[in-house]
Design a binder for this molecule. Sequence first.
Ligand SMILES: [Zn+2]
Length: 257
Amino acid sequence: MIKITTLKAFTDNYIWLVATNEGLLVVDPGDSQPVEDFLNKSNEVLSDILITHHHFDHTGGVEKLNSQSLLNVYGPTGSIFTGINRELKEGDTINVIGIDFSIIEVPGHTLDHIAYYSENEGEPILFCGDTLFAGGCGRVFEGTYEQMHNSLNKLKILPENTKVYCGHEYTLSNLRFALEVDAENIFLKDRYDECINLRNNDQATIPSLLEEELKTNPFLRCDNRIIQENIKQKFNLNKMPIEKETFKATREWKDNA
Ligand SMILES: [Zn+2]
């Protein structure tokens, strides 16, 4: 039995705190303070940290949380973030606080980006940092568009009931953009309304279900003919874009939106 708590950091980051009867881990502690506050209040002890990629808003709290250097800090092999002491690569499996995770390399947003997936006894969970967002995806900073597209396609084939825990509350802005790219999508408007409600009540829109991402996230729907047609019109292309061209054009459109 696992319990996942949402900790807010900075303006729109989420730090995920995962507890089992074997221990406590946090994912991407960009700031130590929300984690320390939680630990002080609950009288619990942190044992492990999972890092998805090197960006400061995902790693900035590690040094303080691990000031006695007793924690396992898992993260990608070859990362420029130096606080990692358990390096991971594609296909690795780890057991942390009794949870089995498999490691999926998802370069694109950064070159060192990894995701943590667990089948979690039929209730699968994914910690994917800034790769797949609710209704969107991360910016392509270090990798190529093709790498990012391939990375998202790796996440796309996970079970549809996977709960997706990403690193930011960007959902409303993502869905507003999605409504431009995929205006005919009947699921999108409903999802947008639901998320507006959640945000009006100061609730997180995360986690989302992979199933709803597959239906509404344009970056997972680049093989969709209607989206491809919309991209063709938007950019005045003289032929229908293929899937990877659709991804690149959609990502650039969002960057400039
Ligand atoms: Zn990032």
